[in-house]
Design a protein around this ligand. Structure first.
Ligand SMILES: Nc1ncnc2c1ncn2[C@@H]1O[C@H](COP(=O)(O)OP(=O)(O)O)[C@@H](O)[C@H]1O
Ligand SMILES: [Mg+2]
Length: 263
């Protein structure tokens, strides 16, 4: 059984709807009949140009966006028919890391509280146990415990992304959607974050959907790669197969268009 099983997933957004009630002038099929599986412990790289539907697909899988059609199974459970309690349980198992760590962290909270927030919502722990867990998480992402007393804006982009990762790990999830987690960072800083994600995957037995528009970045981390174009998966294969012997013309364009970066 795959950890994630997506069948015929579709998300349609109406476009051109007039605020004066002129009605809908069309629709965008952000995700169009996508089927894929993600095995426990692997990284599925999802690559495609901007607007191809990558973020929508990631959010659909986490049920942050409601599908127009299709199904998502997580660890064998159908997410659409899961009851409130089962869904609450599964939410802990599935987390997201965003592209822009700054926008995704509450600037009014100290780092300790940013990381502790999901624990407050989902876990009944003593304050002491929570402090302990936050310290462990900071350590796991390579930050000093004293960082917890400071505010997110006091940190660089790379450090903020580490804070975002610590927060995503707080509930000990099994599955993480990393939505362009290094796209806003300098190449060398991005490489450190990619290495951190690889280490955390081994340490915490994580499964990733790793979204990026950059083949060198996707290639470094992924077991398999799915190529997305205009809402559809046009090609899926092992990392080697996609990067060395792309079958689809669009994949060839992606390979040609991305400059090599040093990881
Ligand atoms: N909330 C939304 N409302 C309307 N259109 C949307 C919404 N979210 C995404 N889209 C559209 O869906 C398509 C796919 O977007 P997105 O999933 O963000 O692509 P990517 O992450 O690959 O850049 C784009 O055309 C985008 O404009
Ligand atoms: Mg996106």
């Amino acid at each position: 059984m795959s950890l994630v099983e997506v069948r015929n997933l579709t998300k349609v957004y109406p476009i051109g709807e007039s605020i004066f009630g002129g009605g809908s002038h069309g629709e965008v099929r952000a995700v169009d009949d996508v089927s894929l599986t993600i095995e426990a412990g692997e990284t599925l790289g999802l690559i495609g140009e901007s607007g191809s539907g990558k973020s929508t697909l990631g959010r659909l899988i986490l049920r942050l966006v409601e599908p127009t059609a299709g199904s998502i199974r997580f660890a064998g459970h159908d997410l659409r028919t899961a009851g409130h309690l089962a869904m609450r349980r599964m939410r802990r198992d599935m987390q997201i890391i965003f592209q822009d760590p700054f926008a995704s962290l509450d600037p009014r909270l100290r780092v300790n509280d940013v990381i502790a927030e999901p624990l407050l919502i989902h876990e009944s722990m003593t304050a002491n146990a929570r402090r302990q867990r936050v310290a462990e998480l900071l350590h796991a992402v390579g930050m000093d415990e004293s960082a917890g007393q400071r505010f997110p804006h006091e940190f660089s982009g790379g450090q903020r992304q580490r804070i975002g990762i610590a927060r995503a790990l707080a509930l000990r999830p099994r599955f993480i959607v990393a939505d362009e987690p290094v796209s806003a960072l300098d190449v060398s800083v991005g490489a450190q974050i990619v290495n951190l994600l690889a280490r955390l995957q081994r340490e915490f037995q994580l499964t990733y959907l790793f979204i990026s528009h950059s083949m060198p970045v996707v290639r470094y981390l992924s077991t398999r790669i799915a190529v997305m174009y205009r809402g559809q998966i046009v090609e899926t294969g092992s990392t080697e197969q996609i990067a060395e012997h792309p079958g689809h013309p669009y994949t060839k364009t992606l390979l040609g268009a991305t400059p090599e970066i040093a990881i």
